[in-house]
Write a new protein. Structure first.
Length: 158
């Protein structure tokens, strides 16, 4: 387990003030992104970044960082239902290292268990209420999952 994680799989609360956070839900084909404000403890889905053979579209990530100027980055930490690391965890570790080197920003990890299932439920509710009319794409789930991961991380910082 990375040193940044506590035994619960969460980043320990930071003592510094966090502003705008950019969150990544890393997947083998797509990386969902979300943006949020720590003070407001709210987030919203952004875009999906392609991930081809383990190589993210770094120019898209560069653009997001340039556009939003985050103070912190948050990455969903993939764990199995029983809290064990998954096969993709190795790739997420590499992604985190590259984020740190590339941007020099603090990178925090947040347990992402069940975030995709929760995102699917959010999308179903949006369809039922009429908020979402178009057909749901795979990337929609990834973006919403990133927003849910970020909100979870905000709530753990209290």
């Amino acid at each position: 387990m990375p040193e940044e994680l506590s035994t619960t799989g969460q980043t320990p609360p930071a003592s510094t003030t966090v502003g705008t956070c950019l969150c990544f839900d890393y997947g083998s084909k797509r990386i969902g992104t979300a943006i949020g404000e720590a003070q407001l403890q709210s987030s919203r889905p952004l875009d999906v970044v392609t991930n081809t053979n383990g190589t993210p579209d770094w120019s898209a990530i560069d653009s997001l960082v340039e556009q939003w100027r985050p103070t912190d980055l948050v990455v969903g930490w993939p764990l199995s239902e029983d809290g064990e690391e998954q096969a993709i965890t190795h790739h997420v570790r590499g992604f985190i290292k590259r984020l740190k080197r590339r941007f020099g920003l603090p990178v925090h990890l947040c347990d992402e268990r069940f975030s995709s299932m929760a995102a699917q439920e959010v999308i179903r509710q949006q369809r039922r209420s009429g908020q979402r009319r178009r057909k749901t794409r795979h990337g929609d789930v990834d973006k919403v999952a990133a927003a849910l991961i970020l909100e979870s991380w905000f709530s753990l910082r209290e």
